[in-house]
Design a protein around this ligand. Structure first.
Ligand SMILES: C[C@](O)(CO)[C@H](O)COP(=O)(O)OP(=O)(O)OC[C@H]1O[C@@H](n2ccc(N)nc2=O)[C@H](O)[C@@H]1O
Ligand SMILES: Nc1ncnc2c1ncn2[C@@H]1O[C@H](COP(=O)(O)OP(=O)(O)OP(=O)(O)O)[C@@H](O)[C@H]1O
Length: 287
């Protein structure tokens, strides 16, 4: 089975509270974007007497304890899984980017194993497993536009078919999510945002309202850690891009303009300056 796995971006991220376990209570709007990982999953024939799953990534080094091995381990602890699997991943979603790459891979694998093993797991069952792998996995299982709360486990679909052009730029350096939250916790006056109004802008498909209200509370701590993000924001503004915001805990910056030509020109100008510069469509899950 071959699967194309879309990334996500955040159109809103408010941090409400620090929870006792060190995690944070969030209020977010997530959306799919047409940047993909590719994954091939095959059951290993019992005639080969397999003793474990074989997970490989063709174009990047994955840590031993990655989101795919974690998802498989949790599935095996909870459900009767009859086969071992050979899984080959090709990463197209940048890492430490705020685009949920590792979480999206885990979500796709949970869905695939449910089908291949005939488990027919419900969304709720899959999200319970997913939440133990990572905070973004429940959203990635749901997919589409969604309001996401709690530490990431409470997901509600947002019904809009808006397709929003965006220019994505990541510098050489990524940002570690725990490190970004650590710096957030040290901020003297964290700012809060009205996420309802951002959701309203999406439902109304109103670019002016969206661009003027969208917000990410992790931008300030991320800019403290990685000042080049502020420079990228200014460079994108200089190219005529009206609104620039970071996704998730960074380090990808998103540039918005209703004039796609502006995004195209900016992409041409900046593509040799940074390792990841890509025009994409938010809301689109196919190529
Ligand atoms: C901030 C976001 O990037 C927004 O999409 C995500 O919610 C983070 O999702 P993720 O990378 O799947 O997160 P996890 O792998 O579960 O957690 C990584 C680390 O991020 C911090 N973390 C994550 C989610 C959350 N609600 N509160 C947190 O404080 C914790 O320090 C945690 O150890
Ligand atoms: N399947 C995976 N794909 C990529 N990285 C993985 C995977 N599993 C574990 N990792 C590790 O997790 C780190 C961050 O992964 P990922 O790309 O998902 O981060 P992110 O962009 O910060 O995600 P998020 O938007 O959820 O915060 C990587 O640097 C890598 O070491």
């Amino acid at each position: 089975m071959k699967i194309k796995i879309p990334a996500k971006v955040n159109l809103a991220l408010d941090v409400l509270n620090r929870l006792e376990n060190g995690y944070h209570e969030l209020d977010m709007i997530m959306a799919p974007v047409n940047v993909f990982d590719e994954m091939e999953i095959q059951a290993i024939s019992p005639s080969k007497n397999p003793v474990q799953d074989e997970i490989s990534c063709l174009n990047e080094q994955l840590p031993e304890n990655n989101t795919l091995s974690k998802a498989l381990e949790l599935l095996r602890e909870t459900y009767p899984i009859r086969h071992f699997y050979k899984i080959s991943l090709h990463k197209g979603i940048p890492s430490q980017a705020g685009m949920g790459g590792g979480s999206a891979d885990a979500a796709a694998l949970i869905k695939a194993i449910s089908r291949l093993e005939g488990l027919n797991l419900s969304m709720d069952q899959m999200q319970k497993i997913g939440a133990k792998v990572g905070a973004d996995v429940p959203y990635c299982l749901l997919s589409g536009y969604a309001r996401v709360k709690g530490f990431g486990e409470k997901t509600e679909p947002i019904f809009t078919d808006w397709q929003i052009p965006v220019l994505l730029i990541q510098p050489d350096e990524g940002i570690s999510t725990p490190e970004c939250f650590r710096v957030f916790d040290e901020l003297e006056k964290p700012v809060h945002y009205d996420v309802d109004i951002i959701e309203d802008a999406l439902i109304k498909k109103d670019p002016a309202l969206l661009y003027s209200t969208m917000a990410n509370a992790l931008e300030e701590p991320a800019f403290e850690q990685l000042p080049i993000l502020q420079e990228i924001k200014e460079e994108m503004n200089d190219e005529g891009i009206v609104r620039v915001m970071m996704t998730g805990s960074g380090s990808v910056m998103m540039g918005f303009s209703v004039d796609e030509e502006v995004l195209e020109q900016a992409e041409k100008k900046l593509k040799d300056r940074y390792p990841f510069v890509k025009r994409a469509i938010i809301g689109l899950m196919e190529e």
